[in-house]
Design a protein around this ligand. Sequence first.
Ligand SMILES: Nc1ncnc2c1ncn2[C@@H]1O[C@H](COP(=O)(O)OP(=O)(O)OP(=O)(O)O)[C@@H](O)[C@H]1O
Length: 270
Amino acid sequence: MQLMSTVDVDGLRVDKVVVRFGGLTAVDGQTLTAPRGRITGLIGPNGAGKTTTFNACTGVVRPTSGRVYLFGEDITKLPPQARALKGLGRTYQRMELFDTLTVRENVSLGKEAGMAGRNPFAHFFGRRAQAEQLRRLADSAMEMCGITAFAAQRPADLSTGQRRLVELARCIAGEFPIMLLDEPSSGLDGGETEEFGSILTTLVADRNVGILIVEHDMSLVMSTCDYIHVLDFGKPIFEGTPSEVANSELVRSAYLGTQGDLEELEAADA
Ligand SMILES: Nc1ncnc2c1ncn2[C@@H]1O[C@H](COP(=O)(O)OP(=O)(O)OP(=O)(O)O)[C@@H](O)[C@H]1O
C-alpha cells in the first residue's frame, strides 16, 4: 500500500498546527484535511480554538509550529492575499460587504480583486473581455444563491439572511476551489439556515469545490458536512462522520454545559 504524503492532498491540509498567544495555547496540534468535493466541519465549544485554526489557514495568524498546505504547496508563511490568489477563498463571521456598492458589484468583487492582483495591466488590456467574464461569473453566482432579484439593490437594504447569501455569492464568483466559511449561519433563522445548507451541498456537487466550515449551528453542520473535526480547549478530541460525532461520548461530554448545542447534537443522533 502506498501511503499518501501529508502534503499530497487535493485541497487544504493543516498539519500539526500549534498557535500560542503568550502563555495561552489556543490550538494544540490540529491536523485536518479539507479536500475538493467535500464539506468539512470544524466544531467545538466556545473558546475551543476554531477561529484561531481558521485564521491560521487564511494567514491572519502565524502558527507557532506546524504547516499549512494548499494543493501540496506549503503556504504557511504566505500572507492572506497570496493565499487567496492560490485558490483559498473565505467569508467572514462579521460580514464585510460594501454598502455603497450594489449587490452585483459586491459579488463581482470576488473575482475582480483576484484579477487586479494577478494582472497589474488589467486596467489597460482586455477590459471588455474581463467585464464580460465578471458579468457571467456574478450572474451565475447570484443565481446559485437565489439573489438575482436583488442585483441592483444595496446590501444595507437586505435582511441578514440575504446579506449572508451575497457574501457566499461573492466567494462563489471568485471561483475559489477551496472555500472557508466562518459561522455562515450566524443571524439566520431555521429556514434560512436550511436553504443556506442546500446551496452549499449543490455548490460542492456542481463545482467540485472543497469547503471548510466553522459553525456553531449543529443542525447545519450535521446536515451538510461529510466529515467533522472536533476541538476542545485547543486540542483535537474527535473526528468522523456526522453520525460518529453525534454518537461520541467524548464529544457529548465536551459539550456538557452548552445545553443548546448538546440538544442539537442529540437531535442529530435521533
Ligand atoms: N489574538 C488573541 N490573543 C490572545 N488570546 C486569543 C486571541 N485570539 C483568541 N485567543 C484565545 O484563544 C482561545 C481560542 O479562541 P478561538 O476564538 O480560536 O476559539 P473559538 O473556538 O473560535 O471560540 P468561539 O466559538 O467562542 O468563537 C480562547 O481562549 C481565546 O480567548
